[in-house]
Design a protein around this ligand. Structure first.
Ligand code: ADP
Ligand code: MG
Ligand code: ZN
Length: 489
């Protein structure tokens, strides 16, 4: 007899370790630039190269940003924390050790809320610590197929943010990662760029039978660089582990890599051999002391965080949960929304209109061009002007859409563009009546069918009149005149 195994017999358990590059100008222990994309080894010095006899000096800005992040996530900021050496050999780590924090990290506890399937859930954090990034191995850099090491990234400051194993599905893991990223973006401590690796995540995944009291053995999935891959990798890993458990085989604690092309994870190294890092306190750096003044300063710099912002959009501006969620989400639309709304003035009605333009037309253009709001040629004040022209009847909806696209791509002054491009709405009754008469005269068969009640051709006539008016007719006047001439209604 075969027993069908449903994954639903199992509880999935996930904890994420996120590495977020801090937005400092210089590296964590030296004055080298953190700039991305320079020629290999152009941002290096004896300290980040790890040459013998040099002394690291901690970048104070790194501590500030760590405290700022810890406060936003409700962590307990530690008055004293300690850097440690994590010893391992790898070509991209010439020192032979990474300076990190281990036993005494800068932040403990805290957490963040996520919403999955309409249910809110709090995910606890274990800790946040500061550490330096390693360099990068580049393969096939020369004609002979040899590899190289680029140490520009060595010494770039990172926060490692470690969650408790509180996540219970791939969807929860993705939501957590999105929520965390949105918070870091709002704080301005990280650029949230998964592709370039400045925001990356390792997922620890295990399964246990429902009702079991002890977690299963976990595998660690390394460096997922997109939300989609995270979901796919976790789902694959759950299937793999359930199959092992079901056939009485052990899950091995190990590090695995996800291969998106094959849709599967594979073993990279076993955890046992990788784990003996022989941490010890870094002798070249004094303990990190965070005084009350620094904490107070970072508290004063706390921005409105995404969930609070979404609640404000729903509560005082009357936006739907869906719209509020999109505005505060990854697209970075919220700042643009706030600025445009304040330029336009007005309450719920204006808010709904601004939101519609951002979520509709502007998100479409942003997706098409890959440009975030910061890079648009359209400014919030200009969008507010377009809405003003629309409300005043200077342009109709179609004209406003053309205007917004033109401003998005090339910038400029809306009122001036209306003149230059001849986008002004035609509201003049005489001109519209002439167009209506011409259309009706040219379509006797349609007029007959419409009048006989066989078919409602209003849409057809509106389209024809609008075409005759080059799309610029005032829809209200066009509809009213058509109704009058065709009779009915
Ligand atoms: P390591 O230093 O080996 O990565 P940690 O103890 O720091 O180990 O744990 C790393 C991550 O693994 C944390 O996010 C934690 O929540 C998660 N984790 C621990 N145990 C499990 C488990 N059984 N299943 C899934 N995740 C786990
Ligand atoms: Mg780990
Ligand atoms: Zn340096």
């Amino acid at each position: 007899m075969t027993r069908t195994v449903a994954a639903s017999d199992y509880q999935v358990v996930i904890g994420l370790e996120v590495h977020a590059q801090l937005l400092t100008l210089t590296k964590i222990f030296c004055g080298c630039s953190t700039g991305f994309g320079g020629a290999p080894n152009s941002h290096v010095c004896p300290i980040c190269l790890g040459l013998p006899g040099v002394l690291p000096a901690l970048n104070a800005r790194v501590v500030e940003l760590a405290v700022k992040t810890g406060l936003a996530l409700g962590c307990a900021i530690q008055p004293v924390s300690v850097f440690s050496r994590k010893n391992y050999f790898y070509p991209d780590l010439p020192k032979g050790y990474q300076i990190s924090q281990y036993e005494l990290p800068i932040c403990l506890g805290g957490g963040l809320a996520i919403t999955v399937d309409g249910r809110e859930k709090f995910i606890r954090l274990t800790r946040i610590h500061m550490e330096e990034d390693a360099g990068k191995n580049l393969h096939d850099v020369a004609a002979d197929g040899s590899s190289g090491v680029d140490l520009n990234r060595a010494g770039v400051p990172l926060l490692e943010i470690v969650s408790e194993p509180d996540l219970r599905s791939a969807d929860e893991a993705v939501e957590y990662l999105k929520a965390l990223r949105a918070i870091l973006l709002a704080l301005g401590v990280n650029d949230g760029n998964l592709e370039e690796g400045s925001f990356r995540c390792d997922a620890n995944v295990s399964v246990m039978r429902k009702g079991a009291t002890q977690y299963g053995t976990r595998a660690e999935l390394k460096n997922m660089n997109s939300f989609r891959y995270l979901k796919q990798a976790v789902e694959y890993e759950v299937r793999r582990q359930v199959a092992l458990v079901e056939t009485g085989q052990p899950v091995v604690q190990e590090t695995r890599l996800y291969d998106p092309a094959r849709g599967e994870t594979r073993s990279m190294r076993s955890k046992e051999e990788a784990h003996d890092y022989r941490y010890f306190p870094e002798p070249d750096l004094p303990p990190v002391r965070v005084g009350e003044a620094l904490v107070a300063r970072m508290r004063a710099e706390q921005p409105e965080l995404p969930r609070a912002r979404a609640a404000r959009y729903q509560g005082s501006l009357g936006l739907s949960a869906q719209d509020a969620g999109v505005l505060v989400g990854d697209g970075g639309l919220a700042d643009f929304f706030d600025a445009a709304l304040s330029a336009r003035g007005g309450g719920a009605e204006a808010a709904k209109k601004v939101a519609n333009w951002l979520i509709g037309e502007l998100s479409r253009l942003a997706n098409e061009t890959g440009l975030p709001p910061r890079a648009w040629k359209l400014t919030p004040a200009r969008l507010a002007e377009v809405l003003g022209l629309l409300d005043a009847g200077t342009v109709n909806g179609a004209g406003a859409k053309l205007l917004v696209e033109e401003l998005f791509r090339h910038g400029g002054d809306p009122a001036e563009l209306v003149r230059r491009r001849g986008l002004a709405q035609v509201s003049d009754e005489g001109a519209i009546e002439a167009a209506v008469d011409a259309v009706l005269a040219a379509s006797p068969a349609e007029v007959e069918r419409h009048r006989s009640g066989k078919k409602d051709l209003t849409g057809f006539f509106v389209g024809q009149v609008m075409k005759a008016l080059k799309g610029k007719g005032n829809p209200g006047v066009v509809n009213a005149l058509l109704k009058k001439k065709l009779g009915g209604g």
